[in-house]
Design a binder for this molecule. Structure first.
Ligand code: NAD
Length: 333
């Protein structure tokens, strides 16, 4: 059974997902939701999408009556995810939502609730959870190869361009680098260490308050404490280049990856040698695996459901609170 997907938001990432899906065995692009008629025409021609599977932001609730679409993949700016995902759930379709799933944990919880109530699946576009070299490090950790994990370092960032883009607009982005790229360090700390953090401390550095306005974080350093004693030291930035690096140390070994979350190829090594697992197109594997999760109830090694998205949002809320108050914030499960 093939997962028939419509993409909502035909921008940079939506295009990347569409291209990657060409190589999928279990997922197929069959529809679009867009506010730009010219893009709809282009996509229809390029991907042979019938008129009956094309919607815009006012009428996409009608997808409810369309038996030819199974799931909608939301790749719009962050602030729109909450409302759009809830509308899709109400239309009875499965949802794949891009990260960050929402702007905060309250919104995230509402999305999880809405999808549960509508009996549809909510998945988050955590493509690294299907990346073979990442999965090998997780396998080694589970096998005890690193011993007791003591330290994780996640450095995620890049120098962002155009100051007028939505990513630098608090109303559409919900914040700054943390919402966009810092979330990879949070999520990475969790899947590399394999535990949920119990406290957060965080500090913000702002060197350009004109480009990075109130509520749009330029650079945040944050620390996470884990129940087993490990600590994570992370950096999220929109103003530092070449930050795409994970390092993890245990009492028997280490793993380091650079690039660690970029589109690839992911490169890395452990105390046992280079990571040599196959190089994949992340979104192709993700969409095939998500089809199996939705139709066959397959359980991925690292979760990609709404609850998983919500965990990252709770940590983001705590990081912003820690920045604001200067205090150590306790996290509860
Ligand atoms: P983008 O600006 O390239 O595309 C956003 C699309 O949303 C555009 O087509 C735009 O027209 C449309 N849109 C609809 N309503 C809009 C509105 N009110 N204001 C502005 N644009 C509107 O952005 P992108 O890079 O494709 O990012 C989209 C989402 O995907 C974000 O949530 C981002 O975090 C996520 N993303 C994830 C990855 C990943 O690797 N998983 C990579 C890039 C982006």
């Amino acid at each position: 059974k093939v997962l028939r997907v419509a993409i909502m938001g035909l921008g940079g990432y939506g295009t990347r997902v569409a291209e990657a899906m060409k190589a999928c065995n279990k997922a197929k692009l069959v529809g679009v939701i867009s506010g730009t008629p010219s893009k709809v025409k282009d996509w229809q021609a390029k991907y042979s999408i019938p008129e009956t599977n094309c919607y815009h932001y006012e009428n996409f609730d009608q997808v409810k009556n369309n038996p030819d679409i199974d799931a909608i993949y939301v790749t719009t700016p962050n602030a729109l995810h909450h409302n759009q995902v809830i509308r899709i759930a109400k239309a009875g379709k499965h949802v794949i939502c891009e990260k960050p799933m929402a702007l905060n944990a309250r919104e995230g919880q509402e999305m999880v609730n809405a999808c549960k109530k509508a009996n549809v699946k909510l998945l988050v576009g955590y493509r690294m959870h299907f990346e073979p070299r990442t999965l090998e490090v997780i396998r080694m950790r589970n096998a005890g190869d690193f011993g007791k994990i003591m330290f994780f370092q996640g450095q995620c960032g890049f120098k962002i361009g155009d100051p007028t883009q939505w990513r630098l607009n608090k109303a559409l982005a919900g914040g700054g680098s943390m919402m966009d790229i810092g979330i990879y360090a949070i999520n990475g700390a969790r899947y590399m260490i394999g535990e949920e953090p119990v406290w957060v401390t965080a500090q913000e550095t702002k060197t350009d308050p004109v480009k990075f306005k109130e509520g749009v974080d330029e650079t945040i350093q944050f620390q996470l404490g884990f129940p087993g004693g490990a600590v994570a030291s992370c950096l999220s930035s929109y103003n530092i280049n070449h930050l795409d690096r994970f390092f993890m140390s245990g009492d028997k070994g280490f793993a380091e990856m650079q690039p660690s979350t970029g589109y690839g190829p992911i490169k890395g090594r452990t105390h046992q040698g280079e990571l040599t697992q196959p190089i994949t197109t992340h979104q192709t594997v993700q969409m095939d695996e998500m089809a199996s999760i939705i139709f066959e109830g397959k359980k991925p090694v690292v979760a990609v459901d709404g609850e998983e998205g919500l965990r990252d949002l709770k940590i983001i809320d705590a990081i912003y609170e820690a920045v604001r108050t200067g205090k150590k914030i306790k996290l509860t499960a």
